[in-house]
Design a binder for this molecule. Sequence first.
Ligand code: AMP
Ligand code: ZN
Length: 113
Amino acid sequence: MENCIFCKILAGEIPSKKVYEDDFVYAFHDIAPAAPVHILIIPKEHICCMNKAEESHKELLGHILLTAQKLAKELGIADSGYRIINNCGENAGQTVFHMHFHLLGGDTFTKLV
Ligand code: AMP
Ligand code: ZN
């Protein structure tokens, strides 16, 4: 997808600090960390946001969540706790329109819900 920052990261056109990669997902450090651990997990397929996820993405969505769990363990935040966030659309403050999940840990967070 042209002009998508995360597609450019996937293509190696923009540098990123890789944490994990497999055939379906790529995980890297957020450029402006909001917590001591702040990882972004993205599908390799360009999907703009949760609104565009379909039945055919069921397995991919589950894989993203389990990847977050695996990375939380590897990064040492599983026991202390972590938050997984997906922002979808304007009211949620989504700024990059390639679906992504934030994995945040190493700190306590204000509870929104
Ligand atoms: P969101 O606000 O949910 O759309 O999150 C987008 C996130 O992408 C923000 O936390 C940004 O700091 C992060 N971000 C934007 N550009 C880059 C980049 N080139 N490398 C790593 N993270 C980025
Ligand atoms: Zn993209």
